[in-house]
Ligand binder design. Structure first.
Ligand code: PEP
Length: 263
């Protein structure tokens, strides 16, 4: 259970509700493509722009090797769900979907049950999913991070099986480290990544669990990414704020490629 899964590391860029216009978004995509081109055989790079940018970004990224994803989806494929977008609608554009980001759990009341339904819906469309989990500062201070993260993983993967493993990614993102500039101590991150892999193994079998990639996220930047990607059980990073600066993001991708190249 200690070895890294056979897949490449993943560096995922969650743009959140940024940039505020399409021209800046396309400029950022060009920057990402230029760095990813040289690293395509060493690291998977995926970007997650806001919904309205998915079509133009997808057009620009044809054959670039950079993967495209959505920041959320609904769990039904069609119907009377005003404002929602289904995985089936995203599939022609996207290879990836993020579900259960803590900002959605906090601001929109997403529950573990909703996250589980979204995870299953994405996988049923044969797309890849990044399911986010992570504890609040109160849990961290009370020493209950493990309990919270365990229950989020167990609930979120409730209907997953070994067949889903290659398309399943779990991002451990301590909520107190997201967008705060306060990144988690690598020792804490390591212990939590280890816990997550153990739980995934119990749920879908240890062999299949080795194919599931587990990322760290939370204030990852060019100057701290190495501390995380060097962790033995870390399969990459989910990057928010720092992914909006093409130069900084390029550095994160390069460091990740270098570290995994030496493993
Ligand atoms: C995120 O949005 O998933 C994230 C990790 O954000 P940041 O890197 O800005 O903390």
């Amino acid at each position: 259970m200690g070895a890294r899964p056979p897949g490449m590391p993943l560096v995922a860029a969650n743009w959140k509700m940024n940039p505020t216009n399409i021209d800046d978004a396309l400029d950022l995509v060009r920057g990402v493509m230029s760095v990813a081109r040289g690293q395509a055989d060493k690291v998977d790079v995926a970007i997650f722009p806001p919904f309205p940018y998915l079509v133009p970004v997808s057009d620009l990224m044809v054959e670039s090797g950079v993967k495209l994803g959505a920041q959320d989806t609904f769990w039904e494929m069609s119907g009377a769900y005003t404002g929602e977008v289904s995985p089936a609608m995203l599939k022609p554009l996207c290879q990836w979907v993020i579900v259960g980001h803590s900002e959605r759990r906090l601001h929109l009341g997403e529950t573990d049950e909703m996250v589980a339904k979204k995870t299953a819906a994405v996988l049923s469309c044969e797309m890849s999913v990044i399911m986010c989990v992570g504890e609040l500062i109160d849990h961290y201070d009370a020493g209950t991070s493990d309990t919270i993260v365990s229950s989020q993983v167990k609930a979120g993967l409730a209907s997953c099986s070994a067949d889903d493993s290659a398309r399943l990614v779990i991002a451990y993102e301590p909520v107190w480290a997201i967008g705060t500039g306060r990144s988690a101590d690598p020792e804490h991150a390591y212990k939590t990544l280890r816990l997550i892999r153990k739980i995934v193994g119990e749920m879908i079998g240890a062999g299949a669990a080795r194919k599931v990639r587990i990322l760290y996220g939370g204030s990852v930047k060019a100057d701290n990414v190495q501390e995380y990607v060097e962790l033995p059980l870390c399969d990459g990073v989910l990057v928010g704020g720092a992914s909006l600066d093409a130069e900084e993001f390029a550095h994160i991708v390069k460091v990740t490629a270098e570290v995994y190249g030496h493993r």
